[in-house]
Design a protein around this ligand. Structure first.
Ligand code: CO
Length: 164
């Protein structure tokens, strides 16, 4: 198990569309372990495979309730709208206010290929959308309403602003 280097903005792979996972084998399990390790090491609440240079539709998330692995995730329903401060491990040192749906339902496969659905709100909904965007080459800076600077932060203290 090893922490991988996280690619940063400017790297073309972060702007590419990742491919669906078709093989649910031991290599996939190894990738998931490495991704979780990399996410925890970097203190993010999520990580998408293209951030470590793997163009596969794989996401890991832990918003403090345990690790969840998502293979081929898709947002199948969303509700509401909310502004939140976001940061990204691939956009170091910056944060921005992004408006996104408040709740989402995501359908994905687990590492054995079985389908499951989760409903997320708050930080979990945010992380799901942020990470799934990475699979399509989209970064939060593409969607942000405005950049958030440190001196503005006091009033707007957000848990886990760096998503992953
Ligand atoms: Co990110």
């Amino acid at each position: 198990m090893s922490a991988k280097k996280i690619l940063t903005i400017g790297e073309p792979l972060l702007r590419s569309v990742s491919h669906p996972v078709k093989k649910f084998d031991s290599r996939l399990s190894m990738i998931l372990r490495d991704m979780a390790h990399t996410m925890y090491d970097a203190q993010g609440v999520g990580l998408a495979a293209p951030q470590v240079g793997l163009m596969r539709r794989i996401v890991v998330i832990d918003v403090g309730e345990g690790l969840v692995e998502f293979i081929n995730p898709e947002v199948i329903a969303s509700q509401g709208e909310i502004a939140m401060t976001e940061g990204c491990l691939s956009v170091p040192g910056r944060r921005g206010c992004v408006i996104r749906p408040e709740k989402v339902t995501v359908r994905a496969q687990n590492k054995k290929g079985s389908y499951f659905e989760v409903e997320g709100e708050d930080l979990y909904a945010r992380a799901l959308q942020h990470e799934i965007d990475h699979l399509d080459g989209v970064l939060y800076v593409d969607k942000m309403s405005y950049e958030v600077f440190d001196d503005e932060e006091e009033e707007e203290e957000q848990e886990g602003a760096v998503i992953g």
